[in-house]
Ligand binder design. Structure first.
Ligand SMILES: C[S@@+](CC[C@H](N)C(=O)[O-])C[C@H]1O[C@@H](n2cnc3c(N)ncnc32)[C@H](O)[C@@H]1O
Length: 290
């Protein structure tokens, strides 16, 4: 299987292409890191079972990163929260090996603060309990984060994942989903899709913004093929759903088939607060508190 959300073949150029293919990639990640950082600053970390955990063995914030890739969110968090431990989960061994390389190159990050797990989050054996068992002392997570993954999943897969995420979190824990979303309005959804495609068409070309020219030169001969593949990916493999409820999705008769909104799904599985602190066309940060 080779597509852009299972980036095995293009793992080595993932970091180079992330900004070229996703407008505001860095800003979106910054908001997600700020959300977690602020949450951790306020928490006494008294989730069940924590008292029995000895110091320096995971009694700082515990974060589960689904589809961690080459470590954009994991590395930012490890730097921001010196006590944080991260379980970095990805289907691609290659992406995880790049994350390891980056941790090593960055230096100063204690090995034990990052645990790498190769796995497919769609595999039903990853129940909430199985996910928690990845943590030291099977402690529930203080936060679950995911970046640019879940918009590839069907409605059913998404609902099921949200339930397992909820089950893996401590009470008061948060889920932060950096992702692509539709709007309530089909017109706005269409505009957002076009803005995304325009961005890829421009940045993966000789008309790229000056800041990206060095990367374009590095990618040189691959740029045309990458542009074609990315545009195809955006059109054929992305299935974003709106954040806000849509009329169609709440109408009882439509419930079987309609795309259920992300906020509805999160509330359905038990989250008590849901919000979207950042939005740039399709991309956004969805936050939910257990
Ligand atoms: C677009 S990348 C995002 C990487 C990183 N989170 C970021 O924001 O830059 C998506 C990642 O999800 C991983 N992935 C795709 N499907 C997955 C699955 N079913 N289970 C776990 N990881 C998956 C891919 O291997 C890839 O590393």
């Amino acid at each position: 299987m080779n597509n852009y959300f299972y980036a095995e073949d293009d793992a080595e150029i993932y970091d180079d292409t992330a900004e070229l293919t996703q407008p505001e990639y860095l800003a979106i990640h910054r908001v997600a890191a700020q959300l977690l950082h602020r949450g951790f600053a306020a928490w006494p970390h008294e989730s069940a079972g924590t008292q029995s955990v000895p110091p320096n063995h995971g009694n700082g914030p515990l974060v589960f990163d689904i589809g961690c890739g080459t470590g954009m969110e994991a590395l930012a968090l490890l730097r921001l929260s010196p006590q944080a431990t991260i379980i970095a989960f990805d289907k691609s061994e290659h992406m995880l090996s790049i994350l390891s390389r980056k941790i090593h190159e960055a230096g100063g990050i204690e090995e034990g603060r990052l645990k790498r797990v190769v796995g497919d989050i769609l595999d039903p054996r990853w129940t909430g309990e199985a996910l928690r068992n990845l943590a030291p002392y099977a402690r529930p997570f203080d936060a679950v984060i995911s970046g640019f993954l879940i918009h590839h999943f069907s409605s059913k897969q998404r609902a099921d994942l949200y339930r397992r995420v909820f089950e893996s979190l401590s009470v008061g824990g948060v889920f932060v989903n950096i992702d692509l979303f539709d709007f309530q309005s089909p017109t706005l959804s269409q505009y957002a899709e076009e803005v995304g495609e325009d961005w890829v068409s421009q940045q993966l070309s000789c008309n790229a913004d000056p800041a990206y020219q060095p990367v374009i030169q590095r990618l040189s001969a691959q740029v045309g093929t990458l542009r074609t593949k990315w545009l195809q990916h955006l059109r054929e493999e992305n299935v974003p759903a709106p954040i806000e409820p849509t009329e169609a999705s709440v109408a009882p008769a439509a419930q079987g088939n309609a795309i259920r909104s992300n906020s509805q799904m999160l509330i359905d599985v038990g989250f008590i607060e849901v919000g979207c602190p950042y939005r740039f066309w399709q991309a956004g940060v969805l936050w939910a508190k257990r």
